[in-house]
Design a protein around this ligand. Structure first.
Ligand SMILES: [Zn+2]
Length: 84
């Protein structure tokens, strides 16, 4: 199974374009339905393209908490520079 870095989803849409050639599908994070004590959701370590059906493993190069907070920050600060 092809693997993708989880950090690739750390953008305002929390999604990335499917890397399969000629596929225009968007990959989304799949929530596990569980949240921690602060309400931070956790995500499955895999995802699949809704168009071509290809499954991808997600490298845990970023924690779900950091990813969620980054996406929330980007949504709250549209057009702002990402913090270094
Ligand atoms: Zn695809």
């Amino acid at each position: 199974m092809t693997s993708l870095p989880k950090s690739a989803f750390a953008n305002v849409d929390a999604r990335m374009r499917c890397p399969t050639p000629d596929c225009w599908g968007d990959l989304l994070l799949m929530p596990t339905g569980r949240t921690d004590a602060e309400g931070i959701p956790s995500f499955q370590p895999f995802t699949a393209c809704p168009l071509c059906g290809t499954a991808f493993e997600l490298e845990q190069d970023m924690s779900d908490r950091d990813l969620f907070l980054r996406v929330s920050w980007l949504r709250a600060n549209p057009g702002a520079e990402e913090p270094a």
